[in-house]
Write a protein that binds this ligand. Structure first.
Ligand code: KG4
Ligand code: ZN
Length: 366
């Protein structure tokens, strides 16, 4: 006979901050029994809106919110159905409360509030960026994850490019930040100039694989260590593309140009990220007794960046914590992981009406 699941202690995690609707179940008993975090993840459902937004060259907030409204209940029901876990087994609900698109966040948070009120289950507000960082701890256990701190994190997504010092879970100091575009945005905007559909980062990196670094592009703000900047690169790339395209005479030449240009852009972005990471490692490793470095966010799916990051970790004798591909781009498992790791020092609430949505929520303000 199928279990009704109510003897279990399950956490339901919800993510809807941008263009991915996702929900996941996390086994809280297994986590308490020191099971590796990834094995506590029971199941996840995710619906990506990439196709819907790609014709517009970016996320259309109103369309994204409507998709979340349509998909979230369907995904949560499917999760219950697939896992045989009944509603009574859900003893906690974690939901992304920011940062993100306000309408999108409101869908997830409102739905979570409804479930919380109806079933008298506490809510845990999760910062999306913190979840990206903590997804790097997916192979650790309740008894071991603290051994990896202090750590330095390189957070690279579509909206953020930051180096952060993590002293404790919940205590983040922003060491370097972008002045303008995020790394993912630079991949997306330059990729779109090359004719790739939004979000162009993945396709650009696939073309880069067959290319050579032959184009000279400016390495952004090399001598300022606490900031990144990618808008100059974007302008230089745009001018170079216009100039070179006029000289292309065949499809073969065009293909080679796109491959080489993609490799050159990717190299430039990766070099910019890695050189600053190395600077901060050499500055902080001894004084802060760093134990590990974390690579996270959607751009962490980039193979060239991952390879360079691993080399830095080996060279500096710091453990590299890198989430697998499925935890790099937006997902609900990372929301569950963050909730579990923060459980003991996070305010949960049984009064969902006081639960805020924060479109802007820097990690320094957690
Ligand atoms: O973390 P994420 O899913 O969403 C935000 O919170 O922003 O990151 C999405 C970003 C997009 O800009 C996308 O182009 C980029 O991650 N991305 C990549 C790769 N895969 C995703 N950028 C470079 N190489 C990739 N393989
Ligand atoms: Zn994200």
């Amino acid at each position: 006979m199928a279990s009704n699941g109510s003897d279990k202690k399950i956490l339901l995690a919800i993510e809807s901050s941008c263009d991915e609707t996702a929900c996941a179940f996390f086994d809280l008993d297994a986590f308490d029994n020191d099971t590796p975090i990834e094995d506590c993840l029971v199941a996840e459902k995710l619906s990506s809106q990439i196709k819907l937004h790609s014709d517009f060259g970016g996320v259309v907030p109103e369309l994204a919110s409507r998709e979340h409204i349509r998909n979230l209940p369907l995904l949560i029901n499917a999760l219950h159905h697939e896992t045989n876990i009944e509603k009574g087994a859900v003893k906690k609900i974690a939901v992304t409360a920011g940062p993100g698109l306000k309408g999108c966040l409101l869908v997830g948070v409102s739905y979570a509030k409804g479930l919380s009120l109806a079933n008298n289950v506490p809510l845990i507000p999760i910062n999306h960026l913190e979840a990206h960082i903590l997804s790097g701890f997916y192979q650790l256990k309740k008894s071991t994850y603290l051994d990896k701190l202090p750590a330095l994190a390189l957070l690279v997504s579509g909206g953020h490019t930051q180096i952060l010092l993590i002293e404790k879970v919940g205590e983040y100091k922003i060491i370097a930040n972008t002045q303008d575009d995020a790394a993912g945005e630079a991949f997306d905007k330059i990729g779109s100039l090359l004719g790739f559909k939004y979000p162009a980062g993945k396709e650009l990196s696939e073309w880069a694989r067959n290319g050579s670094i032959v184009h000279t592009l400016p390495l952004p703000v090399q001598n300022v260590q606490d900031s990144f900047s990618f808008s100059g690169l974007k302008t230089a790339a745009s001018q170079l593309i216009k100039k070179e395209v006029g000289q292309i005479n065949s499809d073969i030449e065009k293909k080679k140009f796109i491959e080489n240009f993609s490799a050159s852009v990717e190299n430039c972005i990766v070099q910019s990220l890695i050189s600053k990471l190395e600077f901060w490692i050499s500055d902080l490793a001894e004084s802060h007794k760093l134990k590990s470095i974390v690579l996270c966010g959607g751009v962490a799916a980039n193979e060239t960046l991952k390879t360079a990051f691993k080399e830095v970790s080996i060279k500096n004798k710091l453990e590299a914590l890198m989430p697998p591909f499925r935890f790099c781009t937006d997902n609900a498992s990372m929301i569950a992981i963050a909730a579990a790791l923060k459980m003991n020092n996070t305010i949960t609430t049984n009064e969902p009406s006081t639960f805020p949505v924060k479109a802007r929520w820097p990690l320094s303000e957690i």
